[in-house]
Design a binder for this molecule. Sequence first.
Ligand code: B3K
Ligand code: ZN
Length: 894
Amino acid sequence: PPEVRRQDYAPPAWWIDTVDLTFDLDPAKTRVLNKMRLRRNPDVPVQPLRLDGDSLNLARVLVNGQGASFKLEGQQLVLSQLPEGDEAVELEIFTTCQPEKNTLLSGLFVSQGTFFTQCEAEGFRRITYFLDRPDVMSIYSVTLRASKAAYPVLLSNGNLVEQGDLDDGRHFARWHDPFRKPSYLFALVAGTLVAREQAIRARNGKEHLLQVYVRPGDLEKTEHAMQSLIASIVWDETRFGLPLDLDRFMIVATSDFNMGAMENKGLNIFNTKFVLASQATATDVDFANVESVVGHEYFHNWTGNRITCRDWFQLSLKEGLTVFRDQEFSMDMAGSASARAVKRIEDVRLLRTVQFAEDAGPQAHPVRPDAYQEINNFYTVTIYEKGAEVVRMMHTLVGEAGFQRGMKLYFERHDGQAVTCDDFAQAIADANPDSPLAQHLEPFKRWYSQAGTPHVHASGHYDSEQQTYTLHLTQSLTAPPGQPDRQAAVIPVKLGLLQADGQPVPLWLQTDDGEQDCGHEHTLVLHQSEQRITFGRIPQPPVPSLLRSFSAPVVLHQSLDDDALETLLQHDSDPFNRWEAGQQWAQRVMLEAIRQPHTEATDAPARLPERLVAALRQILREPQLDAAFKDLVLTLPSENYLAEQLDTVDPQRIHAVRQSLQQQLAQALHDDWRTLWEQHHDTGAYRPDAHSSGRRALAGKALFMLCLHASHTGEGIWPGKAYQQSKDANNMTDRFNALLALVHTHQPLAEAALARFHQQFHNEALVLDKWFSLQASVPDRQGDILPAVQQLMQHPDFTLKNPNRARSLIFTLCNANPAAFHRADGAGYQFWADQVIALNGLNAQVAARLARSLDAWRKLAEPYRSHANAALQRVASQKNLSKDVREIIEKSRT
Ligand code: B3K
Ligand code: ZN
């Protein structure tokens, strides 16, 4: 299959200045008239016009009002006899498409009787012939015509300029978007929808109309989305000085969507999962996700839409930057320093578990990839999350004020353009000429071009005579065989030193010209493969606290003993490193146990050291600490994260060790769990803010631990309380946590609770997703989960066609329940292959995501590895494999 390569980028031979689209909407056959004004790009040699198309029926082509000759080459429409001069050409193209047959949910599709579009990355070509590439930006006018009864609401980008009735019970609406935009930001929606509306006045006095459109019946679940939108607008104005540039800003929710949401200009289309939220149906995590995704899509209006990507290799230009912005937004919304740290820990956990694994596996690619077969396969954690870390490092290197200067320059230079990652980095550096970023800009940009996670090794040396402490840091990044050697990256290492009693040590940096007072924290810029740094006036051997708040996306190796880890866990002023010390400690205990010789996976379970238990107990009892933070510290590294640390992975062994430690935590801290539950389980009137969410999370963890303990003693009080709570809770977070405690600890009451829950929520699609997902995530016991999932696939509420539902059951099993998926008999992999094949025929994008569950198959121990290989081979040998799935499977197998 052909590869698209970054180095082959060439500017378009034509520009499209204006587009006037007319849709006659009909689910079976929609007619599209596309009138464009084009002109040749004077900077490019004269060439035919080649328009992209996909799954279109072409009816007619007119050039300047006359019939014209054209050719279809593959999926492209080629016009070679257009006038050669530089005057504009008017092109009219009539096509039809079949929205109701569109199960791929790319282009124009129907969801529950409503029309939606999804054009990023290359879906617009499934609507009409076009130069479907982000560097062609045009002014759009759109007329929608449809039955007034079936489709009372007709929406597109920009402003509504005209509407009225037509004959035969039809009506029309005409929209005009005053901003030039690439085709991937086009959108339309037509159907029966209702809207929550809010008029707001911006700082400059301008009025805006905000609307959140949903299906009738869902309106009372839109308040949080509206509040999040308003908060996003205020935040972007205050922190970045970026105002809303539209009279009208719309969000529309659909339950059939391949991803989270889409930032179409002025008409964001969202998965219902990231719009609808009520206390009765959504958890605290859902509420936080709505806020974060509403923010993310809104922030794209400037970072993505006003300045867009020159080509899809630059995807992280908009995604990395916008993720960075949404992370900062969530942190600012969370408020306190420790709530910010909680958000940072959650983001880093995702990065290290999923992105580091991606970067170490067969689908590894740079933040700015060099080649792809199917661009939809590159909406990855590397582009998004690692991309955001690259932006965050720039922020660290130039500071907040410097970063804002850089953003200002970026908009001065590039507003209205389609640009590259280099352009962004250049703007930030040019606005901060004296910063370490400007000083090391070229090597810094290796973060864009080199795949893989750098490893940093740190060791410290204390000289009692000189009273100095020297840190020795090295970095390495190994390239896969056959690839050019990696060069040193620019790694900001934020650090501090602690005395043994936990007091921060004043930092006197020794430089060539004497001593420099660094206060209590210093950011070392590691830009060579090896560097040393020395601090003076140190009376005792200190404990180093390195890579504070995870200042760079690297793996840090340092050998800290239990004393040092305990000092950091109890006293570090950097909450991220406090958490990290606890994780390192638990991880070391678990990895040692996993590696111990054994015949059965379950042999010789790990012993949780008394000292670690005592340290964790102290964290739980510290009154100043946030509940959310305690919950994170008490969460053991996940099975997937542990697997990532090993060269050979026996998923059953990892599961057995982690389960055993979890059990010991439940027992050893039993009294504390009880106290915590009593202190935190009643959070009063429901509010999804960071503080009360944290309390519910910790109470939920306590209830889970108490039920886990009960499952071993046979005691019934806590399961009884959990059952009560699963019935009576006044919010979904508490209700679901109680249900989870029962189900995940295999309580006899679990079945009744599950049945009750289903009965109560069978009309709530998003809650049913939770119900399916919960059952697919139960810790496996003797292979009982796969058959349960297979049975749930037969449930009348299950369907493969709805991506959320498919993800809730199948993806949860294959990606989030390693011990249920990796079975010694290989049945999990066979199930996976069946589902990849079934989805491939329905929705190649969703199928390609699932295809990635076996990315790490080469690291598996036998017999898993051979079974996984067989399953991969079976998928590979399918005829009619989409190019999406083919690309993933091929890479997995090479
Ligand atoms: N830009 C979209 C993602 C489009 C995915 C296309 N396969 C959502 C976002 O990142 O905001
Ligand atoms: Zn995005």
